[in-house]
Design a protein around this ligand. Structure first.
Ligand SMILES: *[C@@H]1O[C@H](CO)[C@@H](O)[C@H](O)[C@H]1NC(C)=O
Ligand SMILES: *[C@@H]1O[C@H](CO)[C@@H](O)[C@H](O)[C@H]1NC(C)=O
Ligand SMILES: *[C@@H]1O[C@H](CO)[C@@H](O)[C@H](O)[C@H]1NC(C)=O
Ligand SMILES: *[C@@H]1O[C@H](CO)[C@@H](O)[C@H](O)[C@H]1NC(C)=O
Ligand SMILES: *[C@@H]1O[C@H](CO)[C@@H](O)[C@H](O)[C@H]1NC(C)=O
Ligand SMILES: *[C@@H]1O[C@H](CO)[C@@H](O)[C@H](O)[C@H]1NC(C)=O
Ligand SMILES: *[C@@H]1O[C@H](CO)[C@@H](O)[C@H](O)[C@H]1NC(C)=O
Ligand SMILES: *[C@@H]1O[C@H](CO)[C@@H](O)[C@H](O)[C@H]1NC(C)=O
Ligand SMILES: *[C@@H]1O[C@H](CO)[C@@H](O)[C@H](O)[C@H]1NC(C)=O
Ligand SMILES: *[C@@H]1O[C@H](CO)[C@@H](O)[C@H](O)[C@H]1NC(C)=O
Ligand SMILES: *[C@@H]1O[C@H](CO)[C@@H](O)[C@H](O)[C@H]1NC(C)=O
Ligand SMILES: *[C@@H]1O[C@H](CO)[C@@H](O)[C@H](O)[C@H]1NC(C)=O
Length: 838
């Protein structure tokens, strides 16, 4: 089994933050201001209806010393009247993924705060109640209302967003609540800022009418609101002299027909427009040219085609243009010609065109002298990288990864890029010639050079980069040991990929890394010796395909470790008992080592384990109580005696549905202010069917697999196991036909199968003599359902009666799934099935 970074996804945090100027802290100059008793009580009542697990509101109390509510966290009072003016409980106080937040209900006690002008409850989780409570419309002084959830989970691009269940990743957004009419908001005629992001407004068919009445609105953010389409007959309602400057309707599945007609009548005042993650189709309409004040335009992740219209070259205020993840095409040089036809060359600081179908070489970009962000990754660009890029000395982000660039990049290319922080050159055919003693002008935070040619020596200049938080130098041809300085790089590092090189020697102590959720992939190298101390905040560790031999018993503090891959090494001895402390582990692979001894019973504490791969060791014993296990490979071990009865405790194996179709990881990291990067990993596992290995990735969560083959099990299969089979109904998967990849008939682009019977780590697999019956369709249904790899368990395995019938029923129940269903007769099936079980 190997685990991969499935996708490194990124998007810019586009919603420009219009910060409300908070009143100066009261009582700083005089100590007279005291909060009004009635308002203090109201706030305490409000607090009571909340669940404050993290002590966010610990400063709120009625005890002496806490009585002045104007000094409470998030509360600001008017310095003349003493009324509470601002309540800001946005709790994001940490730039990394895990946030503190409040839960519970929003109490109407807030209505007593009659002077309230600014209410920000964003980034909390008020799933328990309606997020726009009736009373809010009565807060007549309100100017700012923010109930946003912060960064939405649904901004996850394809393929994740097509899979149901991804909310799993985003715990704090999982309680999307729905509201009906927004009519009450229409009373807030002086509201200037409104942000209801992530609130389910599907039922709020009046949203457009209501918003049309808010004539003072400057900022309207309705991101990820599941907005119903705008009814064309109401478009006239929208006051054309509206004051809107910032409009964010991203991630609402809005079609062009619903947005364009009224949008293009919007004022010339609009500054920021985000229509990303909708269903805008066709070419970019000319009508955008009327928005002459536009500074930021995002049309990211739509279905836009064609090129970039010429008028964009004449938008003298345009600062950020984001068009990634569309279907834009054409020669890059022509497209740039349009963009550089006027004054935009001077104003443009951010240009994102990644993940389109743009072709050809990079032309001279030297005129775009203000550019700070240039993202051209994941296109079809080719040729050498134009030297003019090296004149863009303001560049902070340069992404050229995933194209077909060729040629050599040398130090001079970077000599003026002293502001560079993010550099992605991965996955091209580039060679980097950088001398041993080069001292770059930049200090990078994020560097990805995967698959560039750089070896055989370890890149010495990295020594100068001590602010890195993410480093990917996988597959760059290093045949060296790791220099001592390497581990002094940065303790902030949270992502490190050194895989697919030929790095040898010992792996030094990594335990000093201090970020959250650390990801380390050093697989496919020649490291040997014992595993050194690893950072206990790791969430992903892949040390597979090395020559490690010592497996220390110190897994006590790895509380967030979710994926641990130690496969294909030389570990011997027992599986350490402390692995039972991996409370969050989902996938554990020790496949193909030399482990022996009894399976530790402590593993039963790994209650979240879904994939356990112990194939090809010399282990024995029973494993019970793994309630969430779905993939258990114990093949090629020394397990003897009866097939353990307690396997019937594997309740997830008999569940029709999967707890989550995705087995993987997701992180959300703020790299530099304004940039949020999303990491998504899909775990992948190699499973053996009929002697060949198949890789499961996006469908892994659906697979139920138990392989006991090639052990010393000789007795009949106990009734308990038949219980697992019998209650299963394969038809539940019929609704998942949009899924791709094995075991399904439609292949995904990123899915591989490795028909490699007799691989060195997988000898002994038993082949069926006759492949005619067991078609891919058979395989599909069987694996999607419950798949027992008993073939080869023992030469003369006797099936007990109920088991056989159970399985038989299961199969016939799925006959619709089989390609060969029509041609098949039951006796044929029965006979064949016996044979395949050995
Ligand atoms: C590390 O890099 C390799 C090769 O570039 C890639 O296949 C793998 O998915 C990466 N690992 C992670 C965790 O991203
Ligand atoms: C609302 O709050 C979120 C998260 O705190 C913030 O990102 C967003 O900019 C705010 N919206 C407005 C309109 O200020
Ligand atoms: C206000 O109170 C603070 C302590 O709470 C004190 O340090 C400061 O001297 C006081 N200022 C006045 C003007 O009394
Ligand atoms: C009171 O607030 C106003 C603005 O809200 C500010 O101009 C003034 O300086 C404040 N007064 C004191 C004493 O802080
Ligand atoms: C939004 O709410 C509607 C009902 O109001 C519900 O059917 C739908 O599933 C909700 N959508 C999400 C993504 O929660
Ligand atoms: C449009 O808005 C302006 C103020 O922005 C207001 O004076 C005018 O009455 C509004 N017109 C309509 C038809 O609502
Ligand atoms: C609104 O825009 C459309 C074209 O987008 C235009 O035909 C129409 O005249 C505009 N209406 C007003 C009132 O500006
Ligand atoms: C250049 O602009 C023209 C006019 O807007 C447009 O028709 C053409 O498709 C654009 N070309 C490219 C390559 O973007
Ligand atoms: C850079 O682009 C200009 C304009 O297209 C071209 O003349 C030049 O040859 C290019 N240089 C390289 C090294 O590709
Ligand atoms: C770039 O790709 C095109 C095909 O898309 C090809 O015709 C052209 O020769 C390539 N140019 C270089 C420099 O590789
Ligand atoms: C770097 O900047 C200097 C001064 O502006 C200039 O002379 C030099 O050509 C630039 N180097 C590159 C590689 O662009
Ligand atoms: C792990 O992360 C937490 C923050 O979540 C941090 O406080 C702690 O110091 C880290 N632990 C180590 C050993 O670095």
């Amino acid at each position: 089994m190997s685990c991969k970074l499935f996708l490194l996804l990124e998007y810019l945090a586009l919603s420009s933050v219009i910060l409300f100027q908070l009143e100066p802290r009261l009582g700083a100059s005089n100590n007279i201001t005291r909060c009004i008793d009635e308002e203090r009580e109201a706030l305490l009542t409000f607090k009571q209806s909340l669940v404050d697990e993290y002590g966010v509101l610990s400063s709120w109390g009625s005890e002496d010393g806490k009585r002045d509510c104007c000094k409470w966290r998030g509360v600001r009072c008017s310095n003349t009247t003493g009324h509470v003016k601002v309540l800001n409980l946005q709790t994001s106080d940490h730039e990394f993924a895990r946030r503190k937040f409040l839960k519970g209900k929003i109490s109407p006690a807030l209505l007593k705060l009659r002077g309230l002008r600014h209410l920000d409850l964003s980034k909390n989780d008020f799933g328990g109640g309606s997020p726009v409570p009736e009373f809010i419309g009565s807060l007549s002084k309100l100017r700012y209302l923010n109930l946003s959830c912060g960064t939405p989970s649904s901004k996850i691009p394809h393929p994740f967003r097509d899979l149901s269940g991804f909310e799993y990743f985003n715990v704090e957004n999982s309680n999307l609540f729905s509201v009906g009419s927004l009519e009450r908001l229409s009373h807030l005629s002086s509201l200037r800022h409104l942000d209801l992001s992530c609130i389910n407004l599907t039922k709020s068919s009046d949203w457009f009418q209501v918003v049309s009445q808010l004539h003072s609105l400057k900022t309207l953010v309705l991101r990820s609101c599941y907005l119903p389409p705008i009814n064309p007959s109401f478009i006239w309602l929208f006051n054309l002299s509206t004051s809107i400057e910032t409009l964010d309707l991203s991630d609402n599945h809005l079609p062009s027909s619903s947005v364009y007609p009224w949008l293009f009548n919007l004022s010339r005042n609009i500054l920021h427009l985000d229509l990303g993650f909708n269903h805008l189709q066709g070419s970019i309409p000319e009508a955008f040219q009327h928005m002459v004040s536009l500074r930021l335009l995002s049309l990211a992740s739509n279905e836009l085609e064609g090129g970039i219209p010429k008028f964009f070259g004449n938008m003298c205020s345009l600062n950020q243009l984001y068009l990634p993840r569309n279907k834009l095409s054409g020669q890059f040089s022509e497209l740039i010609q349009n963009l550089s036809s006027g004054c935009t060359v001077n104003s443009l600081e951010g240009l994102c065109l990644y993940a389109n179908d743009i072709t050809g070489p990079i032309p001279d970009l030297g005129r775009f002298s203000s550019l700070k962000v240039l993202k051209l990754g994941e296109n079809h660009l080719n040729g050498t990288i134009n030297k003019s890029l090296s004149h863009l000395f303001k560049l902070e982000t340069l992404s050229l990864d995933g194209n077909s660039f060729t040629g050599v990049i040398s130090e001079t290319f970077f000599s003026n890029m002293s502001n560079l922080q993010i550099l992605f050159l991965a996955d091209n055919s580039l060679t980097l010639k950088l001398s041993h003693d080069w001292v770059p002008a930049f200090q990078l935070k994020w560097l990805s050079l995967a698959s560039c040619k750089m070896g055989p020596h370890f890149p010495n200049w990295l020594q100068t980069q001590n602010q890195l938080i993410s480093l990917d130098i996988s597959n760059i041809g290093i045949s060296d040991t790791i220099p001592d300085w390497f581990w002094d790089l940065s303790i902030e590092l949270f992502f490190l990929n050194l895989s697919n090189n030929h790095i040898s020697g010992k792996l030094p102590d990594l335990s000093l890394l201090k970020s959250d959720d650390i990801v380390i992939d050093i697989s496919s190298n020649n490291f040997d010796g014992p595993i050194p101390p690893l950072p206990s905040n790791s969430t992903f560790l892949n040390l597979s395909k090395n020559k490690f031999s010592g497996l220390p018993d110190c897994w006590l503090n790895f509380n967030s470790l979710s994926i641990l891959n130690l496969a294909n090494n030389r570990f011997s001895g027992k599986i350490p008992d402390s692995m039972g402390f991996l409370h969050n582990i989902q996938t554990l692979s020790l496949r193909n080592n030399r482990l022996n001894g009894e399976l530790p019973s402590s593993l039963k504490n790994c209650s979240k384990l879904r994939v356990l791969d112990l194939r090809k060791n010399a282990l024995f014993g029973e494993l019970c109580h793994l309630a969430f296990i779905q993939v258990l490979d114990l093949s090629l071990n020394n397990i003897s005696g009866k097939i353990p009865k307690c396997f019937s405790n594997f309740s997830m194996m008999i569940q029709e549905k999967s707890s989550n179709p995705i087995i993987g990881l997701a992180n959300e990291i703020l790299v530099v202010p304004g940039y949020i990067y999303y990491f998504r990993y899909l775990d992948n596992v190699l499973l053996t069917w009929k002697g060949s290995e198949h890789e499961y990735k996006s469908t892994l969560g659906f697979v139920k697999y138990l392989d006991l083959s090639s052990n010393k099990l000789c007795e009949a299969i106990p009734e308990e196991i038949t219980d697992l089979l019998q209650s299963f109904n394969a038809s539940v998967y019929a609704g998942n036909l949009e899924l791709c990849g094995l075991p399904l008939p439609n292949k995904c682009a990123d899915e591989e199968s490795t028909p490699s019977p007799g691989r060195d780590d997988d000898a002994n697999t038993v082949e069926d003599e006759d492949n005619q019956f067991i078609t891919l369709g058979f395989y599909v249904s069987l694996t999607l359902g419950f798949f027992v790899g008993f073939w080869g368990v023992c030469g003369t395995l006797m099936l007990n009666r109920s088991w056989r019938y159970g399985y038989y029923n299961f199969l016939t129940g799925m006959k619709d799934w089989l390609y060969t269903a029509a041609a098949m007769n039951k006796s044929n099936l029965q006979t064949k099935f016996r044979v395949s079980l050995g």
